[in-house]
Design a protein around this ligand. Sequence first.
Ligand SMILES: [Zn+2]
Length: 400
Amino acid sequence: MGHSLVLLLAIMGWGNGDAPFRHADGGAVLMPATAACLDQEARARIRQRLQPYLQAAGKERGESPPALIYPVRQNPAFRDLHFWVITNYVDHDPLFPDMLADYQGGERTYDTTAGYNHAGTDFFLWPFGWEMMDQDQAWVVAAAAGTIIGKDDGNFDRNCTLPPPNPDWNGIYIQHKDGSVAWYGHLKAGSLTEKAVGESVEQGEFLAVVGSSGVSTGPHLHFGIYDAADNLNDPYRGPFNQMNSVSWWLNQPDYYLPAIVRLMTHEGAPSINSFCPEDEIIDRADEFMPGDRIHTSVFYRDQQAGQITDLTLFRPDGSTFAAWTHDIPEAHLAASFWTWFWDLPQEKAEGAWRFRATFEGQTMDHTFVVGPCDELFQDLRTDWPNVTILAMIPLAFCSR
Ligand SMILES: [Zn+2]
């Protein structure tokens, strides 16, 4: 996506009952269209370079289209349940500006006043994409087997303003057996596979790390598909996609994939005031003292109105410290987060607490520790027969 990402901040005082509930704070990531993922000149240069391969592949046409898988995978060193959201699909409405139709007829896409209609699917890292990029957490993998027919590397990969000083992205281009080509763009500099142009890759093989090179305002993958005649394709099957009659996905994922992406606790409110790396405030904390103020947050993918989240904070003894529900007035938020803060009690606070959220049939727990870790660990060992599960938690969380 080449548009600026704007954070909507909402301070909401909605409370419920007698829970010691402070306030909700959070927002959604919105994407007004201001620039193309790839500017016209850069696109033309890439197509020029790929031309010889497209012509050479002509004789193999007649092969069926590839059965694609989603081209993002988590580095196995990380354990987040989810780590990306789709922020844009292909725009099938040729008119502009603000004339939008994704493959379902929705508006999860963008165009520009200059006449660019989004020409791919954007997988946006969420939440805290810069941290993920720095830690190589999100890998770009081959959506289908094929041959590398182009690689671009060495371009600055921390762009976060538009227009960027250097509009060229780091990209890799894979040609499939039927002559179609997949474009993978905005890659992290220096992260590309060592395989050279002409070498083949398997489906699911590592290609690069998701980055923010080129016309980009935050780490994301732009995934575009062109057929053997170099026409844009959209792999999704849907009523507004006239480009193909069958899905090119092996198993086409749903249009909405609602999920809790992450539960976290923080010592201060997390913030993503803009999408530049230095503005990403995480303030992650999993160890607190009695009386501390604690911020609890939930990060969502495809959150929709009416999808109620049940939230609970459990004290170490398993009793409920607070229970509340959460919903949004907006019809759909592709990437959203909500934060509530609390003052932990002075009494009976020490031990392993649990922050639990249940959303769309998914229950996720986040554990944090209150009290001096050394003592806590001792206590739990003493009580071992009754706290076999909790006893493991301080080992993992106490860093002292
Ligand atoms: Zn894009």
